[in-house]
Design a protein around this ligand. Structure first.
Ligand code: UT7
Length: 354
């Protein structure tokens, strides 16, 4: 059976920054509250669409793997904020990057979407259905932020990350095991209202639209489920928490990350955190964090990396990955978003729904 191994990685974070101090100007909040409750200092706001960020991240990942876009035979985009319902963001990315030999599919498992994408890619590679899969996590959550809902508007941001997973015969490296879970009885804990077929055209689409959640309940579930997923996946592959070199968790709240790491018995040095700069980019957080961990030299050949995530659904997941020999990109890409002159606040104000 073929192993799926990560051979390329990349990210795209839009240039416009929205700081906590900016948010203080448009809603009843403070930098102090946001930072102490979540660990976030600033986030990015995208001036173009989800598929544009996804395409840039994907091109960096393909170059890092030393491949051309035509080498990709499956292109998966994990997102809950696609440009449109049809076509998929994945099909849009395919056209933008010229990955003409790929099948395309979007995955919506909210913040766990990237791990679901890795799981689908791993299964397709193991089953002989694909050999080179581009998995992208990309979100433009700024489109759904409601500035009257301060409990969620301060937490989310825009961004994309990507990996290339390739078939390998080396049993020592790649995705060793995964656990993906969901409890649909908890759908009400995290939702984006006034979207989809439930909401008829006469419903007020913009003013009422918001990301809504029961923060404390999600917090409690997140810590339990992420720690459980990590230990289950390690047990599945005959390893223990002591074997873990680096935890790359979903970046939703620094307190959730710290509590999960504590439950797993990991030290802060074993955990990658970048939430202060980007906030919660949902399916984007893990591939962005992995890319930055590689850029900062935090990943070494042969490391055991554990990924954990949770999100709306509720969904959760864990993956254990044995890193290969290469921690530097084969090639670099000059892919970039089009220029932007606006500030984060100006971009938020320009949305029809604010
Ligand atoms: O990827 C999955 C996405 N979901 C999550 O990550 C959510 C997980 N949950 C959390 O991260 C935390 O529960 C939050 C950051 C959302 C909230 O932190 P908390 O410590 O659970 O605060 P809380 O909701 O209990 O609110 C405490 C207080 C409330 O005031 P009172 O009732 O104590 O007077 C809120 O009204 O903080 C108030 N508050 C705010 N104050 C200033 C809520 N939002 C804000 C705000 N600025 N933005």
């Amino acid at each position: 059976m073929k192993r799926a191994t990560v051979t390329g990685w990349g990210k795209c974070v839009p240039p416009a920054v929205l700081s906590n101090f900016d948010l203080e100007q448009v809603m009843d909040t403070t930098d102090e509250w946001i930072h102490t409750r979540s660990g976030i200092k600033e986030r990015r706001v995208c001036h173009v669409e989800t598929s544009d960020m996804a395409a840039v991240a994907g091109q960096h990942a393909i170059a890092a793997a030393g491949l051309d876009p035509e080498d990709i035979d499956m292109l998966l985009v994990a997102t809950c904020t696609p440009d449109r319902l049809i076509p998929s963001a994945a099909a849009m990315v395919q056209a933008k990057i010229g990955a003409h030999n790929a099948g395309t599919l979007d995955i919506n498992a909210a913040c766990t979407g990237f791990l679901y994408g890795m799981g689908i890619a791993t299964g397709m590679i193991a089953g002989g259905l694909a050999t080179r899969v581009l998995v992208i996590g990309a979100e433009k959550l700024s489109a759904f932020l409601n500035l009257r809902e301060r409990t969620t508007a301060v937490l989310f941001g825009d961004g994309a990350g990507a990996v290339v997973l390739e078939a390998s015969d080396d049993p020592e490296e790649g995705v060793l095991g995964m656990e993906l879970g969901s409890d649909g009885r908890l759908t009400q804990l995290l939702t984006v209202t006034h979207t989809g077929t439930e909401y008829p055209p006469e419903a007020p689409p913009y003013e009422e639209r918001t990301i809504w959640m029961e923060g404390r309940e999600i917090f409690r579930n997140a810590v339990v489920k992420m720690a459980e997923a990590a230990s289950n996946v390690l047990e599945q592959v005959g390893l223990t928490l002591e074997d873990v070199d680096l935890l790359v968790p979903h970046q939703a709240n620094i307190r959730i990350i710290d509590a999960t790491a504590k439950r797993m018995g990991l030290s802060p040095e074993q955990v990658y955190v970048n939430i202060a700069s980007y906030g919660n980019t949902s399916a984007g957080t893990i591939p962005i964090a992995l890319t930055e961990a590689l850029e900062e030299g935090r990943v070494n050949p042969g490391d055991l990396i554990v990924f954990v995530a949770f999100g709306g659904g509720l969904t959760w997941g864990g993956a254990a990955v044995r890193w290969g020999r290469r921690t530097k990109p084969v090639n670099a890409s000059d892919a970039a978003l089009p220029p932007n002159e606006k500030t984060g606040l100006q971009l938020l104000a320009a949305r029809p729904r604010t």
